[in-house]
Write a protein that binds this ligand. Structure first.
Ligand code: TXA
Ligand code: MG
Length: 322
C-alpha cells in the first residue's frame, strides 16, 4: 500500500490526533511525525524507521509559547538564538520538563526542540494542541528525504499520508546546538546555520562536539548513506579515471572539466557554484543515482567554507573518502 500524497492539513491532523504517523515537510528535510506526547505514537516512529530506541527525537513547535511548557528554562543565550533563527533550521538542546516523555529523549535530561519554517507545517502545528516528534523520514542510516517521492519510495508502505510541501528549500538537517557542562555553546550537528552565524549572535564561537558517544547518533559514521558504494573525492577527475571500468554515477559540486559524460551519469549540483544550492540539491541527487543500479557513486567534495563544512560533514558520514 502506498501513502497518500496531499496538501490536506485537516486529514493530517485527524491521523495525528489518532496516534498515526504522517510525513511532514520542513525547510531542512521531510520529517516522520507523530504526536510527541503520545507514547504509543512515538513508538511507531522507532518501528517504522528501524531506529534504535536510544536515539532521541526532536520535538517541533509552532512557536515559543507552545514550546515553553516542555522545557524548564530558556537561557538568555537560547532566547537570543530563538529570536535570530526561529522559525528556521536550528535545533536547541534545552533542559526537559516532565511534560516530555522519556522515550523522546532516550532518558537524557535535555530535549531537542525546533520551530520549523515551512508554511504548511507551521499551519499544521498551529492547529494541534501537542508538539510533533519528527526524525528525518528515512529508514535509519539511509539518506534523508527532501521530496515527497523520496518518502514514498522509502516508507510509503508504512505510513498513511505524506503532506506535500514540495522540495525542501535548505536540504540539510538542522544545526543542533546545546551548552556543555561548562556552559560553552556546542554544535552537536553542523547545518546551514554555521558556527560563524551563531557567533554573531552570542559573541562567542561555539565549539564542535567531539565525543563519539550516543549523545547525537546523527554525528556517528555510517549515516545518511546510499545503498550503492559511494566515494567522496577531493580530485574528482582523477578518481573517475581510477574507476573507469565501473558503471559510475558522478555528483559534481559545480561544473568544471567534464569527466566522461558519454559513459557516466552525471549530476551538477550548482552551475553557479552556490553552496546553498548544493545543499538544497545534494540528497535528491544521491537518491536519484542510488536508484540507477550503478557500481559506484563518486561525489565531489565541497570547499570547506561556510555551509560547505556541513555538506562535507554529511558526505564524510555517507561515503568512503578517497
Ligand atoms: O532538520 C532536522 O532536524 C530534521 C527535521 C525533520 O526537523 N530532523 C532530524 O531528526 O534530522 P533526526 O532524528 O533524523 O536527527 C536528530 C538528531 C539525531 O542525531 C539525534 O541523536 C539528535 O538529533 N538528538 C535528538 N535529541 C537529542 C538530545 N536530547 N540530545 C542529544 N542529541 C539529540
Ligand atoms: Mg535523521
Amino acid at each position: 500500500m502506498k501513502a497518500r500524497i496531499t496538501k490536506d492539513i485537516a486529514a493530517a491532523k485527524e491521523l495525528l490526533d489518532n496516534g498515526r504517523l504522517v510525513a511532514i515537510p520542513t525547510e531542512t528535510v521531510y520529517g516522520l511525525a507523530a504526536n510527541g506526547t503520545n507514547i504509543l505514537a512515538i513508538k511507531k516512529i522507532f518501528e517504522a524507521k528501524g531506529r534504535p530506541s536510544n536515539n532521541p527525537l526532536i520535538l517541533h513547535f509552532s512557536g515559543l509559547d507552545a514550546l515553553s511548557p516542555y522545557v524548564t528554562t530558556i537561557s538568555t543565550d537560547a532566547k537570543l538564538l530563538a529570536e535570530a533563527f526561529w522559525p528556521g533550521p536550528l535545533t536547541l538542546l534545552l533542559p526537559k520538563s516532565n511534560k516530555v516523555p522519556d522515550s523522546i529523549t532516550a532518558g537524557l535530561t535535555r530535549v531537542a526542540v525546533r520551530i520549523p519554517q515551512h508554511p504548511l507545517t507551521q499551519e499544521l502545528l498551529g492547529i494541534l494542541d501537542y508538539p510533533l516528534a519528527a526524525p528525518s523520514a528515512n529508514p535509519s542510516g539511509y539518506i534523508s528525504p527532501t521530496r515527497p517521492s523520496h518518502v514514498q519510495k522509502q516508507l510509503g508502505d508504512k505510513i498513511p499520508l505524506i503532506l506535500d510541501g514540495g522540495p525542501c528549500t535548505k536540504g540539510l538537517e538542522s544545526t543542533i546546538l546545546g551548552w556543555d557542562d561548562n556552559g560553552t555553546p556546542t554544535i552537536y550537528r553542523k547545518g546551514v546555520i554555521t558556527a560563524e552565524a551563531i557567533e554573531k549572535v552570542l559573541h562567542q564561537l561555539p565549539h564542535n562536539h567531539q565525543s563519539k558517544t550516543l549523545e547525537a547518533p546523527g554525528m556517528l559514521s555510517s549515516h545518511y548513506a546510499p545503498r550503492t558504494k559511494t566515494v567522496l573525492a577531493d580530485a574528482i577527475d582523477q578518481t573517475i579515471a581510477q574507476y573507469k571500468k565501473l558503471k559510475i554515477g558522478i555528483i559534481r559540486f559545480h561544473s568544471t572539466i567534464k569527466g566522461d559524460p558519454k559513459a557516466n551519469v552525471e549530476i551538477v549540483l550548482s552551475d553557479k557554484g552556490s553552496l546553498e544550492e548544493v545543499a538544497k540539491n545534494l540528497y535528491a541527487a544521491m537518491h536519484e543515482l542510488d536508484g540507477q543500479e550503478l557500481d559506484l557513486i563518486v561525489i565531489e567534495k565541497a570547499p570547506e567554507t561556510g555551509i560547505g563544512k556541513a555538506i562535507n560533514d554529511r558526505l564524510q558520514r555517507s561515503t568512503t573518502i578517497v
